[in-house]
Design a protein around this ligand. Sequence first.
Ligand code: COA
Length: 320
Amino acid sequence: MKTRIIGTGSCLPETIVTNDDLSKIMDTSDEWISSRTGIKERRLVKEETTAGMSVQAARMAMENAGISPQEIDLIIVGTITGDYLTPSTACEIQAAIGAKNAVAFDINAACSGFMFALHTADAYFKAGIYKTALVLGAETLSKIMDWNDRSTCVLFGDGAGAVVARADETGLLAYEQGSDGMKGKVLACRDRRNNNPLVQESKEPEYVHMDGQEVYKFAVTTVPASIRKVLDEAGLKAEEIDYFILHQANIRIIQSVAKRLKVAEDRFPISLDHCGNISAASVPILLDEMNRKGLLKQGMKIVLSGFGGGLTWGSAVLEW
Ligand code: COA
């Protein structure tokens, strides 16, 4: 039994914030951001919420798949920026769409969140427990950025992406995932303030704190190795893959992965230019953009790969 993606959807906030807009509120420039990251603009929430964007993306994915909310028996959301600690974003989606037969929960694996969620759905399908899942990546990263730290806040954006996955004869051909908690603090964000009167408040930064160069080194070594592993497991060569849909962190990371795999860059589609890095949401949003442009044809072989905080990573080969 394999996991097949039968529908996609996505939702971005309305407000576009360009690099030039950022240069009006901090000491940065379009030239610095574009040349180091490939990012031109990102969408940031004003009224939108993680759950609200997720619900829109989920509805689009269900419509695209042609299924009703009652058919969904599993909802998993990869997110680190839900609106509530409880209920989970997945439970909020369940309530909004009326998926009363579903089991719903969130997964915290930062930028690998969607990949970990997809693999979890796959494990349930293989075990014969569930058959139809809504799998999402959704973030409002703008609320956990340090807007005084120009080296991190310019990189990130907000949005949600969703797929409907179903147990089928073909789909996910191979999967690989990993974690390295020992390096967790190179990309970290402490949880909310401690309200316990017996505990002295921590001095750790409360917003996202990143050692950009360490994260960069991690990404350009781990991601090609992870992709090679799934290709081997699927018995495929890199040149047989139609598209490599990578987490959209930085154009230079993507170019380096392409070079290390000896694959032309044009097989690595990009959304980071207009979305920035949306952590767990970036892979499903890009997948939806490609699906809606009609670029994904039945039988195509696609690699998905996510990587980031934890540290965590996950790659998959799937047949469309
Ligand atoms: N605008 C202008 N200047 C900036 C800036 C900004 N937004 N951010 C940092 N700078 C400055 C720094 O202050 C530093 O100045 P200095 O040399 O006078 O001290 C200079 O630019 C170089 O900073 P540095 O941090 O060394 O830049 P870098 O070349 O390593 O690029 C990143 C920074 C973040 C773009 C790069 O490390 C990277 O892409 N890392 C991966 C991050 C990532 O993708 N994380 C998410 C993974 S899920």
